[in-house]
Design a protein around this ligand. Structure first.
Ligand code: PLP
Length: 217
């Protein structure tokens, strides 16, 4: 089932790119595997997929180190909140951290870089809906955070639009902030709205339930 769903999603990404007026140079599928065990992940690896996303450091530590030694070209993205006390664990496991969202984390990453640690590619998460319960820097504060992180390998921006609202204005806002700062990557769009995100220039779409079915938790 997973391999068939993968082929269907890749075809939809391709079609959305062809229908977009100005798509990004490429749009990569981040297969979101949170809550799913290795037995659901392996069919995607067997089908050749290599880019995956997890939202919890501890859960990812339980399943990915073994898979990464078996498939060294896996690219693992952290898409959930990062606490500074989990930073070293995250640096050891993830190839991309999409949830850089506050000055304290920028400072902690700079300190690790000064110690000679490898810093993965980074995306700054922007709370485009300014929802109090959601992580991410407010749009008005994004320029200052981007400036603070300028010595780090920040590649772009990420957002999770509010549930039950039209996502397009949020994708447009994220694309505008990224372009104003010369940031090439845009991680936006999930199962319900990745085709819309592609129209606004998504370079990475994060898809879980359309690949694996609804999550039970
Ligand atoms: C779970 C999750 C996704 C995937 O959501 P689906 O609707 O299942 O595709 C994408 N991004 C983040 C940050 C997530 O936590």
């Amino acid at each position: 089932m997973e391999a068939q769903n993968l082929a269907a999603i890749l075809a939809r990404i391709d079609a959305a790119r062809k229908g977009a007026i100005r798509p990004a140079p490429s749009t990569r599928l981040v297969a979101v595997t949170k809550t799913h065990g290795v037995e659901r992940i392996r069919p995607l690896l067997d089908a050749g997929h290599r880019i995956f996303g997890e939202n919890r450091v501890q859960e990812a530590q339980g399943k990915w180190p073994a898979l990464k030694s078996e498939f060294p070209d896996i690219e693992l993205h952290l898409i959930g909140p990062l606490q500074t006390n989990k930073l070293r664990d995250a640096l050891a496991l993830f190839d991309v951290i999409q949830t850089l969202d506050r000055p304290k984390l920028v400072q902690a990453l700079k300190a690790e870089a000064e110690r000679g640690e490898r810093i993965p590619d980074l995306l700054i998460q922007v709370n485009t809906g300014e929802e109090p319960q959601k992580a991410g820097v407010a749009p008005a504060d994004a320029p200052a955070l981007i400036a603070l992180a300028r010595d780090l390998p920040v590649k772009g921006l990420m957002c999770i639009p509010p549930a039950d609202t039209a996502p397009a204005p949020h994708f447009a806002l994220l694309a505008k902030i990224a372009s104003e700062h010369g940031l090439p990557w845009l991680s936006m769009g999930m199962s319900a709205d990745f085709e819309t995100a592609i129209r606004f220039g998504a370079t990475h779409v994060r898809v879980g339930s359309a690949l694996f079915g609804e999550r039970s938790q």
